[in-house]
Design a protein. Sequence first.
Length: 353
Amino acid sequence: MAWGNLEKNYHIFSIFLFINLPMLIIAEIGLTHDGSLGMAHAFIDALALTGVDAIKFQTHIPEAESSPYEPFRVPFSYQDKNRMDYWQRTAFTSDQWAGLKSHCDEKGVEFMSSPFSNAAVDLLENIGVKRYKVGSGEVNNMLLLEKIARTGKPVILSSGMSSFAELDRSVEFLRSRNVEFSIMQCSTAYPTKPAQWGLNVIGELKARYGVPVGFSDHSGVPESALAAVALGAELLEFHVTFHKQMFGPDVPASLTIEETAYTVKAVRNILEALDNPVDKTDNSAFKDVKQIFEKSLAVNKDLPAGHVLRFEDLEAKKPKGYGIPASAFQKVTGRKLSKPKNQWDFLKEDDLI
């Protein structure tokens, strides 16, 4: 499908709001708003039309989570000397976060935000989040996990930087505190290449932990998410941007609004297909169609009575039921005609000796 067509028509996908299907689709804005409150609200307006279930931000309280010694993951900023400056420049106030939450409520999508400090958890609790998404870098932050566990709310745990041994410890920690949780397969590379998607890990996580497993995508293309859903992912998260040339470290790993709309529609179609397995032992539904499309044997030339039929004399013509079934041609060859047949006549059992 051409993205140009999607760009013109993405708003039509707002009809695909399947809120009861067993899939949570999360559009991650993260910090792609670049500290602009207006841009953050514009993202909510645009994404609400695509059919996503939740819109996710990241809540950074710079003094609580960082220091001037934190380096950039990717050097990208023309205006921030270090990552601490970046967090400070892009942070929102408590009232602004409450406004973003209210906007999501008005649009009928769940507001989500990943906290990166205990102070951020307090802020998110004050505005009333439903659940917590723990980023890959926080899986070993037991202090943060303890803080979240004490809220009693469900947790989505991203596994991007974690080994199974590290995940085992965090899973045991959450289970010991009776926390309801799910796990996301994730590769911490921006953007991830196909060889880094780790689609095999979806099944491995399900088998190892027996909890819902999702896919947190950083590929910047729709097909990775669609493959993950087909392989059993029950949650889906991907970064979003208004345009691939926008400013910000996550933009190369993001889907556009138009690609998001396409992905949501495609995911819903895949889910419907998976929810309706086809029974190949029963083809009774095709009885009438088979009568039209299947064929009967005919002769492809004028043939006299007594002619011994060869493979080269036969043709198959629609519809079924007007002659010997085409599937029975081997039972016909070598037999004699009891009467002459004209070219293209159907071949019936009483034509044979």
